[in-house]
Design a protein around this ligand. Structure first.
Ligand code: ADP
Ligand SMILES: Cc1cn([C@H]2C[C@H](O)[C@@H](COP(=O)(O)O)O2)c(=O)[nH]c1=O
Ligand code: ZN
Length: 213
């Protein structure tokens, strides 16, 4: 917390998938532990890619975490009471907008709150609650991966597979990693699946693109 005002702050680590958000979160957590600060880490129940009670990076590093039910607003109350000096939330894109209020309450009470999550859906639309958290935060780092097609910096999430989404209520939600997603730049990103907003460029597939080359 700040020495004079005794208030905390919010740090957001965002950007595309594979851009190093979780690695950066783990780096900050390691440094907090070295500084002797109390650390609490939360992860949504929907994302069990790295084993339920851990957060993990695509490169294999892990940290123990408390699993929170991401459905509805009630379960987030568990975070509200956390007295830790550093409170981290990974995969924030799976939580509802209620997370914004919870993070602000923690920061008001003096915690350093570190939130990590991707800020764009596979369609390239804002992926709440990250955009609102970025607006509320004191510090924002927006990371880029390497575009899997051209090698330029990648800000977008390319969904690779079509078919039934994992989440019946929300076609945006599909837990996955390299089997279902790629990092791509603005130019190489295409809409493979999902509804196309009116006026957007026509549906095109990567296969059709390469056939035209
Ligand atoms: N296209 C890519 N661009 C950059 N790193 C990648 C890419 N694909 C795989 N990686 C690996 O992913 C790691 C980052 O993983 P992670 O921190 O879990 O990212 P994020 O949390 O942003 O999805 C990189 O250090 C690298 O080893
Ligand atoms: C773009 C997008 C992503 N997701 C899911 C896929 C992954 O499980 C996470 C992002 O993980 P990462 O740590 O940032 O690699 O979000 C989704 O459900 N819907 C989407 O549109
Ligand atoms: Zn590209």
């Amino acid at each position: 917390m700040h020495a004079i005002t005794r208030s905390g702050w919010i740090e957001v680590i965002s950007g595309s998938m594979f851009s190093g958000k979780t690695e950066e979160l783990l780096r900050r957590l390691r440094r907090s532990e070295i500084a002797g600060q109390s650390v609490a880490v939360y992860t949504p129940a929907i994302d069990d890619r790295y084993g339920e009670a851990t957060i993990g990076s695509h490169a294999g590093r892990q940290w123990e975490a408390t699993v929170v039910d991401n459905e509805g607003d009630g379960p987030l109350e568990i975070l509200d009471d956390d007295p830790a000096e550093v409170v981290a939330i990974d995969e924030a894109n799976f939580f509802s907008d209620a997370l914004i209020e919870v993070c602000n309450a923690l920061a008001d009470r003096g915690s350093r709150v570190i939130v990590s999550g991707t800020d764009q859906t596979f369609r390239g639309d804002p992926f709440e609650p990250l955009p609102q958290l970025m607006a509320t935060a004191e510090y924002v780092d927006k990371l880029q991966a390497i575009c899997s097609v051209c090698g330029e910096p990648a800000s977008r999430n390319q969904r690779l597979i079509e078919g039934e989404p994992a989440h019946v209520d929300d076609p945006t939600i599909l837990v996955g990693a390299e089997e279902s997603y790629e990092a791509r730049c603005r130019d190489c990103h295409v809409l493979l699946t999902g509804d196309r907003p009116e006026g957007e460029r026509p549906f095109e597939s990567a296969e059709a693109d390469s056939a035209n080359d």
